[in-house]
Design a protein around this ligand. Structure first.
Ligand SMILES: [Mn+2]
Length: 227
C-alpha cells in the first residue's frame, strides 16, 4: 500500500490513465489529487465522473473547480462568469451542459464537498497538501501563489502544492520561451520543484506546451514519476 500525490491534470485523461498504469495503482493504494482536474484539456468532466467513483482517491479543491462552482451558482456575479470564461473553461462547460440535471447536481455536490487541504502522516513524516498555498480560507488556499523563496508556514511537515507552474517559478517571464525551447531540444520535460519551503508538482499538464508533464510523487519514498 502506498500514497501517491498528483498535480494539476487539467483535462488530460490519457496522461492520467497512463500514470495510473505506470505506478501500477491498485485498490490498496491511496491517490491524492491536488485539484485542477478540469479545464484547458478536453476531458475534465469525464475525469471528475471517474474520480468520483474511485473510493481510494482524495481530491482537493483547485481554483478551477472553485471558479466552476462560482460560475454555476444561481447568484454568480459578472466577474465570476468572466473569470472562468477567461481560464480555459470551454471543454468543461460544454461537457457539463451535456449531462442530465441529476448528474450535474452530483458533480456540483461532489465539488462542494472537496476539502482545500489535507494533512497526513506517512511513515512518521507529516505532509500538508494544498492546491495553491496554506491560507486562512478557501479563496486563499486555492489561489495563493508562492515565490521561489516562500517558506512553509505549517510547522513540522513537508508542504506539497500545485497551481503555480514550475516554469513560472524557476524562470523570469522573458526567459521562459528560451528555456522551454532548450528543454525541448534536449528531449526533456518539466520536473517538480523542490525548494526549502515546498514541493510543487505543477508541470503544466493541460497546457499547449511540448515540455509539459503530469507529475506524481510517492510519499513513502518520495520517488517521482512523470507522464
Ligand atoms: Mn492549475
Amino acid at each position: 500500500m502506498a500514497h501517491y500525490v498528483m498535480g494539476d491534470i487539467h483535462g488530460e485523461a490519457d496522461r492520467f490513465h497512463a500514470m495510473l498504469n505506470k505506478i501500477q495503482f491498485s485498490q490498496d493504494d491511496i491517490l491524492i489529487l491536488l485539484g485542477d482536474v478540469i479545464d484547458r484539456g478536453p476531458d475534465g468532466i469525464a475525469l471528475l465522473m471517474e474520480i468520483m467513483e474511485m473510493p481510494n482517491v482524495i481530491m482537493l479543491l483547485g481554483n478551477h473547480e472553485y471558479m466552476m462552482l462560482q460560475y454555476l451558482s444561481p447568484s454568480a456575479a459578472g466577474t465570476e462568469i468572466r473569470r472562468w470564461n477567461k481560464n480555459g473553461n470551454a471543454p468543461t462547460l460544454a461537457a457539463y451542459l451535456k449531462q442530465k440535471a441529476k448528474v450535474q447536481q452530483r458533480i456540483l455536490g461532489y465539488l462542494r464537498g472537496l476539502p482545500t487541504h489535507i494533512e497526513l502522516e506517512v511513515n512518521g513524516k507529516r505532509f500538508y497538501l494544498v492546491h495553491g498555498f496554506p491560507g486562512e480560507n478557501v479563496h486563499d488556499e486555492v489561489w495563493t501563489r508562492p515565490t521561489i523563496e516562500s517558506l512553509n508556514p505549517i510547522p513540522d511537515c513537508r508542504l506539497i502544492i500545485g497551481h503555480t507552474k514550475v516554469l513560472n517559478l524557476i524562470q523570469p517571464e522573458e526567459k521562459r520561451i528560451d528555456y522551454a525551447i532548450k528543454l525541448e531540444d534536449n528531449g526533456e520535460h518539466l520536473k517538480m520543484l523542490h525548494t526549502q519551503g515546498y514541493i510543487n508538482l505543477d508541470c503544466a499538464c493541460g497546457y499547449d506546451m511540448p515540455i509539459k508533464a503530469l507529475a506524481c510523487i510517492r510519499l513513502e519514498d518520495m520517488v517521482e514519476f512523470y507522464m
